[in-house]
Design a protein around this ligand. Sequence first.
Ligand SMILES: [Zn+2]
Length: 398
Amino acid sequence: MTTRLIHNAKIMLKDAVQYGGVVIGNGRIVQVFVEADKPTGFAAHDTLDLHQNFLAPGMIDIHIHGSAGVDVQNATQEDLAKLAEFLLHEGVTGYLATFVPTAEQNYQQAIAEIETYIAHQEESQHLGARILGIHFEGPFVSHEKCGALQRQHFRTYDGNPRSLEIFTQRKNLNLPYARTMTLAPEIAGGLALIAELTRHNVRSFIGHTIATPEILDQAVSAGAHHITHFPNALEALHHRQPGAVAWGLLNPEVTLDCIADFHHVHPLMLRLMYRNKTAERMALISDAILASGLGDGEFTVWGDRIAVKDGLTALVDGAAKGTIAGSVISMREALKNLAGLGIPLNEAVCMASLIPARAAGIAYEYGSIAVGKRADLMAFDEAFKVHWAMVNGAIRRY
Ligand SMILES: [Zn+2]
């Protein structure tokens, strides 16, 4: 068994920052200790001194369409490896490849590529962020809140589970590729859809919706407990029609995620969300598109021209011209932004790791520094520079 000692670190735990370290063995965390109780007997080459930098769980991005020129829905194995490498450098050790609505045949091709990648990533020599499954953003969403999603591919649910096979089938039972689906509970068959997805162990996320609080309550009863990129693609808060925003802020049974780039959500709104939900119920996502990491310019994304300027995306043509179209932020930048709002760093880290992992149903393996969990970690400093990232105990230094 290969073991490694990491010490002299400020460890980002859920409820505290602890000065100490961890012992890694066989790709898992086998011990978490305070520095005064540091285990002995480790050879120098198996010891990693963090010089009091931060040690955090690797970030988990449960909503990302791509980055570094790669779109997960139109990617080769090589592209996915390139994306994995880019994300790892940003401190992300796992992500859900997020699919926008498309034609059946495009879904099938893209799912097949992701499945192939997942099946081989564990034994791959190539170190990068792992794909932990697929997040289907739509196609069962509202025409009233399409954002940059292409409405010609939107669907309603006819109640026949066979029409969901593409989203629920498993080629390999050990590799559940479909983890989550963002849907609008008010569409025809929406509540039955949530019940059916829950039966298949696919988490329903509420989003791209105009549902009333009454329908949202029913959605919770059917098994939906999370809201996608709050409060984007929801009805804006109105004092006589409070809708999903007030409902989401107040409902303790519901977690939410958000794009903390200060373009999608104003910093004041982020503080309001944090005040209401606390770090226990608020997750960070990137919602990044392929242009992330490439700087300003014009890009073709999902068949549309999208312009990126100063970190803001916009559709270039058509009736929806100017509509914000995904983000170009990274999880690392989102983390930095939240910490900049005065949110304690360990809580911000938790919002980028444990809370999204819980929402996706993978917290039993990922998302925090705890004995028994995968050794998917990252080390960073006060300037939010990632010094190294670790997947399954294997380290990549930067
Ligand atoms: Zn998205």
